[in-house]
Design a protein around this ligand. Structure first.
Ligand code: PTJ
Length: 259
């Protein structure tokens, strides 16, 4: 679809287009279009920018991924459609494994996502077909099926755009869960160890840069970043930011004038 270069909502429309194309390629679930819309709404409330609370979470996430023994990036349809290059680069800079893990699981979509990531330079993709032979206990959605070489043995799992159940199940298994979710009230956001309340398209490049920056720092310094991190405070700050923005806007002139 043609989007004029001067359209005031161009960036947002381009992202929508990536999701729609992802759906047409068999990567994104139909329900993924709805999930994207919910994300757009929260992004609007956040002013469509990365805030300090997200930067703090990105720093703690980078430190956790660098110090992990078995970090895994869990990929679903929306994430694959929006940030395929960044998923591959993140895996390269951090040594994390990439695993496809779908809520609306079909063999066709698993394979479409794996092929799409390979087109963007990925070498190994876990969780496709018979590779997802292990099971996460107490989880009844299709997300319970995981790779024994990936999420099952991971100590740190990055879960962009997740549904809440699996985050809780992974936490109960003792794993560090890093969520990227624009909704600070979602169960995922509240159950994760570290929640990056930001758009995945802004957060992923920042996470890659932060990992490059922190990679060679002493381990004790990285563990200090993780120890000092407070996810509850980060979620509270995200909510306060939304409230303050809305309070300020409610006092300002909202109508557009045309002369
Ligand atoms: O590909 P599948 O089958 O694994 O399905 C993926 C979706 C996303 C459809 C599935 O996990 C789902 O239904 O998720 P939910 O429960 O709708 O949650 C998605 C969360 O992601 C919501 O809290 C949205 O606000 C948030 N979100 C949507 N778009 C973005 C986002 N967060 C960050 N960046 C976005 N671009």
């Amino acid at each position: 679809m043609y989007i004029p270069p001067n359209h005031p909502r161009r960036e947002s429309l381009l992202l929508r287009e990536r999701i729609v194309q992802g759906y047409k390629k068999g990567i994104v679930a139909l329900e993924g279009l709805i999930a994207h819309g919910r994300g757009e709404c929260f992004d609007y409330l956040l002013g469509e920018k990365t805030h300090d609370f997200a930067i703090k979470a990105i720093e703690a996430a980078a430190a956790s991924i660098i110090t992990a023994k078995h970090p895994v990036i869990s990929v679903n349809g929306n994430t694959a459609a929006l940030v395929p290059r960044e998923i591959v680069e993140l895996a390269e800079v951090s040594g994390a494994k990439i695993e496809v893990n779908l809520f609306y699981r079909t063999r066709e979509r698993e394979e479409a996502i794996a092929n799409w990531l390979k087109q963007h330079g990925a070498e190994e993709i876990l969780g496709v077909g018979d590779d997802a032979s292990a099971t996460i206990p107490e989880l009844f959605s299709e997300r319970r099926r995981v790779s024994p070489r990936g999420i099952l043995i991971a100590d740190v799992v990055l879960v962009p755009l997740e549904d809440g159940d699996r985050t809780e199940a992974l936490r109960k298994m003792g794993k560090t869960v890093i969520a990227i979710d624009l909704n600070p009230l979602s169960r995922t956001a509240r159950a994760a160890t570290i929640t990056i309340v930001d758009n995945v398209v802004r957060a992923m490049p920042l996470l890659i840069e932060k990992i490059k920056f922190l990679k060679n720092k002493p381990r004790e310094e990285l563990l200090g970043i993780i120890r000092r991190y407070d996810n509850n405070r980060v979620l509270q700050e995200a909510l306060k930011t939304i409230m303050t923005r809305l309070a300020d806007l409610s006092k300002s002139k909202l109508v557009l004038e045309f002369k």
